[in-house]
Design a protein around this ligand. Structure first.
Ligand SMILES: [Zn+2]
Length: 468
């Protein structure tokens, strides 16, 4: 299997450090707002990567972090305010409430989109002792220095600084137009610990009461669960610098060992040709897509259907296109399931050839578009075979292979489709009206639901929904 390593800037053959076991860390969300569809494309890439490794029979220990402290509004300058704190002030909530709220929204979106649960969720505020221990270690090694209650990493003491991003200390120095922090020995030095009497979240540390820097969080949390050297570390392309560059510097300076074998970065997507940003007004959330009537599987289809390091342009049209594509695959699966129950007959497609082609596509740096193309070709061949009388054992084997492929994409078996909120609200009204024997109101609610493209069925277990 080949993966594109951002560190070596080449496609590399991948083999885990420990045979049969892959240790992977995915940089997760900073929980100060809702994650948008572009963020989910990066998370979907990590989910697909794990599913593919598991398809290949590897055990995967996956860690995803939740950043709830230390991510600053001007991270590239290592300054500004804590994003969670800014939000807390805006909403009049506590920092804990902000983090809890957006974390729950993130978990809910993940469930809707059928993402797998990692072995560990690492929430930064719950790992402060580990971070303090790592900062101590860096101070002892002379790779960091404390001044005025703050601790900085001394980039000049780590010769490998810049190896991931390609930034040299010279270019960074030349680019440092902003007012230079007089505490820093070098403008590229970055904070491991900050003291700030106004910060809502503070912990005692030997060099002052304060909070950890965003970069040290990921180093401390990943090494805690995955060891000092592990296989894969993923993130969005904007994480390369400064976040991941700094993670490498501080981890390797502390341990003297290589931190991560393969760095993988998802390219950011565009929406209608533009970068997704609040100022452009094109921040699309999962909930908005559901409200527009796209099913979780349709959203997922779009998220998983282009290779992670390819620039991709999203638009509503792209989501519209997912429906017929999915319908074709789902129709194939339904016909196979029907034929599987019948007596043996007909001839199955060459399953071995289809399987080999699918695996070759995925092994080629997760060529998901190619692999989905193989699935569509398989549906074409399989449908022809069904028309030629394929049934029984051959249909069961064909279905088993389709299910196996779907384990990688989770598009065809992933639970029931969740109707949009408006349908659920009307459903609630219908239940209440029926209870009150207000048949007119109950009928009105049903008609409202139908107008939104859904059918309802009243069962003894409650209301059931089906897309019309
Ligand atoms: Zn991180």
């Amino acid at each position: 299997m080949k993966l594109y390593n951002s560190l070596s800037r080449t496609l590399e053959d991948f083999a885990p450090l420990e045979p049969g076991h892959v240790r992977m860390y995915n940089c997760g969300p900073t929980v100060y707002n809702d994650q948008h569809i572009g963020n989910y494309r990066t998370f979907a890439f990590a989910d697909t990567l794990r599913r593919w490794l598991e398809y290949k029979g590897l055990r995967v220990t996956q860690v995803i972090n939740i950043t709830d402290v230390g991510h600053l509004t001007q991270e590239h300058l290592d300054s500004g305010e804590d994003k969670v704190m800014v939000k807390a002030r805006e909403l009049g909530w506590t920092a804990e409430q902000v983090a809890g709220h957006f974390m729950e929204r993130y978990f809910q979106d993940r469930r809707i989109l059928f993402f797998q649960e990692p072995a560990h969720w690492t929430r930064a505020t719950r790992y402060v002792p580990e971070m303090i221990a790592l900062v101590k270690r860096l101070l002892e090694k002379g790779a960091a220095y404390a001044v005025g209650g703050n601790v900085y990493f001394d980039v000049a003491r780590f010769p490998g600084y810049g190896k991931l991003s390609g930034n040299s200390l010279e270019t960074l120095k030349a680019g440092a137009r902003i007012e230079i922090n007089p505490e820093k020995r070098n403008p590229a030095d970055f904070a491991l610990w900050k003291t700030d009497a106004k910060h809502l979240m503070q912990w005692d540390a030997p060099w002052g009461r304060g909070f950890p820097g965003w970069h040290i969080e990921c180093s401390a949390m990943s090494m805690k669960h995955l060891g000092e050297t592990f296989d894969l570390h993923t993130g969005g392309e904007d994480n390369i610098f400064p976040h991941h560059e700094c993670e490498i510097a501080q981890s390797e300076a502390a341990t003297g060992k290589p931190f991560v074998k393969v760095w993988l970065h998802a390219r950011h997507l565009l929406w209608d040709g533009e970068k997704i940003s609040k100022s452009k007004g094109n921040v699309v959330l999962v909930q908005q897509l559901l409200d527009k009537g796209y099913s979780p599987a349709e959203i997922r289809y779009v998220l998983v259907s282009t290779r992670y390091r390819q620039q991709v342009n999203f638009s509503w049209d792209l989501f519209d296109g997912a429906r017929p594509a999915l319908r074709k695959l789902a129709g194939f699966k339904a016909r196979l399931a029907e034929a599987a129950a019948k007596t043996d007959g007909g001839k199955a497609p060459d399953l071995e050839a289809v399987r080999a082609e699918f695996e070759a596509r995925m092994d080629d740096d997760l060529d998901v578009a190619g692999a989905l193309g193989v699935m569509h070709g398989f549906a074409g061949q399989g449908n022809a075979a069904l028309e030629g009388g394929l049934a029984g054992k051959g249909a069961r084997e064909t279905l088993a292979l389709l299910d196996r492929f779907d384990g990688v994409f989770a598009l065809l078996g992933g639970g029931e489709e969740r109707p949009p909120d408006e349908v659920l609200r009307l459903g609630g009204e219908r239940v209440a009206a029926r209870k009150a024997k207000d048949w007119k109101a109950a009928d009105a609610a049903r008609e409202g639901i139908q107008a939104l493209g859904w059918a309802v069925e009243d069962t003894k277990d409650g209301i059931k929904y089906r897309r019309l």
